[in-house]
Design a binder for this molecule. Sequence first.
Ligand SMILES: [Zn+2]
Length: 322
Amino acid sequence: MPARGIVSVVERADETELHGAGLHEVGPGIFAWVQPDGTWWLNNAGAVAGDDGVLIVDTCATEARTRRFLGAVAEATGDVPIRMAVNTHQHGDHCYGNSLLPDDTVVFGHAAMREALLADPIIDGCPPMWRPVPDWGHVTRRPPSVVFTSELTVHLGGRRVDLRHPGHAAHTPGDVVAWLPGERVLFAGDLLFNGLTPLVLMGSLEGALRSLDWLAAFEPERVVPGHGPLATASELPEILAAHERYYRFVLDAARAGRENGLTPLAAAQVADLGEFAGWADAERLVLNLHRAYAEAEGGEVDLLAALGDAVTWHGGPLPTSV
Ligand SMILES: [Zn+2]
């Protein structure tokens, strides 16, 4: 069992560095791995245990954090082996740890997610946009081996998991949610940031806005956002409404900025964050404005230039505790 090795490595890891992460059972045999405080590179992940195997929903950014997550899953699920995994999208905090999954794990993902991970330069060495510069540890690119573009259903013994793409770009081009219709649990990936600033730099502001009704239509009882605390059915409407207000705020700031001939950075500097000022990673306004401008003008986003502008807005490298 690879899990035994994983547990022993975790015991030697620096526990303070991994502070606060925990596995929460959100349904019978359905687990959410929540990493406070959910800021840059600190994602949520999950695991679904069936009779004969475990499906992992996303891994983590670093070797240490992924080993900790997989060790906790092994403890919670006993000797049920990991058979499958799915990545909700291409970002490294959700997939760099794929290479630590058992070798025979079948990894699913959107076709666009696979292409993006294969082309991702950050796994080879993180640019100094964050402080401290994340150390991924020993991880290598492990893209999905089974890809799809619309939906795919996985059966884990008697348990059904629907992997669904919203039909358009939102947080990224290849977003996927994992939906358990029997238990009404939704792993939303980064279509939802609960209490933190959402990010659409690599996706679509209009698409992210449209994805909110699509998410609501699942009518989940429990929601695992890509970042931030878990949510219940009664909390979801306000979480979705807050995303909508934020996306409309970014669209308005982009419209005003373009009318006044401002760059995305300058538009961010004159914008009043208002109710969103308290959300962590507020500098994502700059990144989201870059995407809004590109969507309005039909261009592409220069990702490194956009990140450089976010660092300028913040006044230095972006804080992370990964
Ligand atoms: Zn993401």
